[in-house]
Design a binder for this molecule. Structure first.
Ligand code: 6PG
Length: 484
């Protein structure tokens, strides 16, 4: 029998199943396979009933059904399972075939796997897929990277099933070689952590500072979602705040305040440290989840240090407006930092990342999708190599317009003892990046004082290093000068 299937997908958990059904909707014939094969029958006889989806009970059977070059997509847990499947697939596939990993894999693993699979004569793609269950089914944002030669073979499928914006523009394009796709997806997730933390801080300020009920805050988020904060995360926050438990009380109040995390935010921060890029807002968002997880310690400390009166005085409507502006300004800082990180990574790993293209891929389908990303896209369209988003005229004006409210909100929250780590680190970064002179002159003096680490001088050319014998008792030898 002539092989007739366009692509195979391994891993029938929620994302895998929904991607298969999405591909089927777009006219592709998909082979479904799962390590526990009873899941294959279950899927084919239920969710995929009446579709063209074909179930396979072994990798050999799966491969025999595929047209050449064979395309096999893994939607399995990141880590060991991906390596194990790659090894098995190398035994049944042939040179020129393509292995695709659509999980949240660490980009360094994807760099390694691309090299390894290419060394066997096959092609590899590591792709970010964002949008959760609904996105996978109706149109996710897809961020593929890996072997460039594989792109033309997966492009028709990926672009067909992805979300679309504007005049049917797909939220999927080639990101770059090796681990570029997974790097961009990781950064997306870091920014997702930041956006979530920012909305949580706005909620906290309204709840504790203004004493607002979930129903009242639902109205606020509803209004925010019609303006510059229009986004998926604001939209779901609006709906969450309106949701009632079986007893008719707000469900959000019943949810334990300890956040989980699967690691992509942490990876973003680790990479930023390696790259020397201050993505302070994402870092605070990750640490805020860690603080939230210390429930027992917090309960004990709250008994000792409880803030007396966190209530803000003044016009509530004005405060809500100030909080919105603080959120917007902080969000601009977060995306500025995220783009700085991707820029540094592109340089380090030799990727030719298209900033505007990334904004477009994130414009629809993914968790951070928003009107705001449309403005970022416009900024990069005007200046593709824009160093710093803050310097774009649109964002410059936006930040200036928000500055007063932003400072007022952070200062009042600090006075009242309501934690706003993301709002305040954003402001601290802003004040740092716009300082022509920082106190690091003193820091360099300290380093040179205790360790002869040398310093540069304002009255000498950059790159010339000096050492002072600060105490008169040190030696003449300075330590070597390097920056990690
Ligand atoms: C997406 C999401 C997704 C992520 C979850 C859970 O783009 O669809 O980013 O990939 O896995 O949001 O992440 P945490 O458990 O780390 O919050």
């Amino acid at each position: 029998m002539e092989p007739k299937a366009d692509i195979a997908l391994i891993g029938l958990a929620v994302m895998g199943q929904n991607l298969i059904l999405n591909m089927n909707d777009h006219g592709f014939t998909v082979v479904a396979y799962n390590r526990t094969t009873s899941k294959v029958d279950d899927f084919v006889n239920n969710e995929a009933k009446g579709t063209k989806v074909i179930g396979a009970h072994s990798l050999a059977e799966m491969v025999a059904l595929l047209k050449r070059p064979r395309r096999v997509m893994l939607m399995v847990k990141a880590g060991k399972a991906v390596d194990e499947f790659i090894e098995q697939l190398l035994g049944v596939l042939e040179p020129g075939d393509i292995i695709i990993d659509g999980g949240n894999s660490l980009f360094e693993d994807t760099i390694r796997r691309t090299k390894y699979v290419e060394s066997k004569g096959l092609l590899y793609i590591g792709t970010g897929v964002s949008g959760g269950e609904e996105g996978a089914r109706r149109g996710p944002s897809i961020m593929p990277g890996g072997s460039p030669a594989a792109w033309e073979h997966v492009k028709p499928i990926f672009q067909a099933i992805s979300a679309k914006v504007g005049e049917n523009v797909p939220c999927c394009d080639w990101v770059g070689e090796g681990g570029a796709g997974h790097y961009v997806k990781m950064t997306h997730n870091g920014i997702e952590y930041g956006d979530m933390q920012l909305t949580c801080e706005a909620y906290h300020l309204m709840k504790d500072g203004l004493g607002m009920t979930p129903d009242e805050m639902h109205e606020v988020f509803k209004e925010w979602n019609t303006g510059e904060l229009d986004s998926y995360l604001v939209e779901i926050t609006r709906d969450i705040l309106a949701k009632k438990d079986d007893d008719g009380t707000p469900l959000v109040d019943k949810i334990l305040d300890t956040a989980g995390q699967k690691g992509t935010g942490k990876w973003t921060v680790i990479s930023s440290q390696d790259m020397g890029i201050p993505i302070t807002l994402i870092a605070e968002a990750v640490y805020s989840r860690c603080v939230s997880a210390m429930k027992d310690q917090r309960v004990q400390a709250a008994k000792v240090f409880k803030p007396k009166n966190p209530k803000f005085s003044g016009d509530r409507k004005q405060w809500v407006n100030d909080i919105r502006q603080a959120l917007y300004a902080s969000k601009i800082i977060s995306y500025t930092q995220g783009y700085m990180l991707m820029r540094a990574a592109a340089k380090q790993y030799g990727w030719n990342l298209n900033n505007g293209g990334i904004a477009l891929m994130w414009r629809g389908g993914c968790i951070i999708r928003s009107a705001f990303l449309g403005d970022i896209k416009k900024a990069f369209d005007k200046k593709p190599n824009l160093d710093n988003l803050l310097l774009d005229p649109f964002f410059k004006k936006a930040i200036k317009g928000c500055a007063r409210s932003w400072r007022k909100v952070v200062a009042t929250a600090v006075k009242k003892g309501i934690p706003v780590p993301a709002f305040s680190t954003a402001l601290a970064f802003f004040d740092g990046i716009r300082s022509e002179r920082l106190p690091a002159n003193l820091l360099q003096a300290q380093r040179d004082y205790f360790g002869a680490h040398t310093y540069e001088r304002v009255d000498k050319p950059r790159g010339e290093f000096f050492h002072t014998n600060w105490t008169g008792t040190g030696g003449r030898v300075a330590s070597s000068t390097y920056t990690v």
